[in-house]
Design a protein around this ligand. Structure first.
Ligand code: ATP
Ligand code: MG
Length: 353
């Protein structure tokens, strides 16, 4: 990440549903930072299931080209996932992760401490591998002696495990606790999870990182016990690094600990590009009603800034969000028990930024 740009070119892809309400809020949070970041230049881009139903294309080539050639980073809203398979449709977010090689999905989950400055009860980060594991989607169905037999291939490579491991150690360096917990199930899956575990463990010893991660403590946890401990004593975790499927499940579980999907941000990160994306979906049940919680999207913008090398801008956004969350509960959106609107919550945050 270089922090020496004249301007910051940000692709905006609201996509579907509440994406159209929360992405503008995240955009305005970046604008509110004024001169503390390079002047943002926004590029409005199309993608999504709605677009697919209208045009037959979920991810136009122009969007991919604009992201690759004209943008330093992007903010993605959410895509609706049709409940049944629709011919010709593949999720644009999955396609974008592939095309831009965004191999890490980084999801910080934290609660807000009652007293400013006090450490929150939950303050962890799931670093999820984004390209392989069962998501290679190689499934077969055959018929055996006793009926149907379904099989799936689970791919774990040394390269992908090493780069997600490095990302986890990099993240740990930025956090007070500096601990990486490797999540695996190598007691059962000794070949695949064994490779993941060994490779991530080996990251600090790689010649090219030469002592860089000496201050980071390594721990490990079998995935089932990790879920149990996550619910009983979330404070023991800092950075959790996991293969794709465990990471998916763990991060949704962790989101439940802090009260609403509408609070949890993420970035999809590669070596060359970073894309902020709230963890929640398009929430068709509340879309267009001005009641979606904009905080996950606004925090995703902050997280994106952190990855680009602008921690001061990110801190200003995060502090403003925390202050709003500590304020009048009735002013918050309905998912948090309040009566506030998307617009009112956004305005309160913008004012504090
Ligand atoms: P999708 O197919 O896009 O994932 P979904 O129906 O699964 O859509 P999600 O967006 O995953 O919907 O949301 C699950 C539930 O959480 C819904 O009831 C939704 O209203 C709620 N929710 C999600 N995001 C938010 C938000 N930002 N603010 C308030 N409620 C939210
Ligand atoms: Mg969903």
């Amino acid at each position: 990440a270089t922090a020496s740009r004249q301007s910051l070119r940000v692709g905006l892809i609201p996509a579907d549903g509440i994406g159209h309400e929360v992405i503008p809020a995240a955009r305005d949070a970046l604008l509110a930072l004024g001169s503390s970041i390079p002047k943002p230049q926004f590029v409005d881009l199309l993608a999504g299931f709605d677009l697919f139903t209208r045009t037959g294309e979920a991810l136009p080539e122009e969007t991919v080209q604009a992201l690759t050639n004209d943008c330093d980073c992007a903010l993605f809203g959410a895509v609706s996932s049709p409940s049944q398979k629709v011919a010709g449709y593949t999720s644009p977010i999955v396609a974008l992760r592939k095309k831009l090689d965004l191999y890490a999905n980084i999801r910080p989950v934290s609660s807000v401490s009652e007293i400013p400055g006090q450490p929150p009860k939950v303050d962890l980060m799931v670093v999820r591998e984004n390209t392989e594991c069962l998501y290679v989607k190689q499934e077969t169905m055959t018929t055996g002696e006793h009926g149907k037999e379904a099989r799936a291939t689970r791919l774990i490579t040394e390269r992908a495990s090493r780069r997600i491991g490095k990302m986890a150690f990099e993240m740990a360096l930025l956090r007070p606790k500096k601990q990486v917990t490797i999540i695996h199930k190598s007691n059962v899956l000794s070949v695949t999870d064994g490779l993941f575990r060994e490779t991530v463990r080996g990251v600090p010893k790689l010649p090219e990182v030469a002592g860089k991660y000496d201050s980071v403590t390594i721990a490990e946890q079998i995935v089932d016990s990790a879920v149990y401990r996550l619910f009983r004593e979330p404070e023991i975790f800092d950075v959790m690094v996991a293969p794709n499927l465990y990471g998916d499940i763990l991060s949704d579980a962790a989101a439940a600990l802090v009260g609403s999907l509408g609070l949890v941000p993420s970035v999809n990160a590669g070596d060359k590009f970073v894309m902020g994306e709230p963890v929640h979906g398009s929430a068709p049940d509340i879309a267009g009603k001005n009641i979606a919680n904009p905080i996950a999207a606004i925090r995703s913008a902050a997280l994106m800034l952190r990855h680009l090398g602008y921690p001061d801008g990110a801190d200003r956004i995060d502090k403003a969000v925390d202050e709003v969350l500590r304020g009048d509960p009735l002013a918050l959106t309905p998912d948090l028990g309040g009566k506030g609107t998307t617009k009112a919550v956004t305005d309160a945050i913008l004012k504090l930024i």
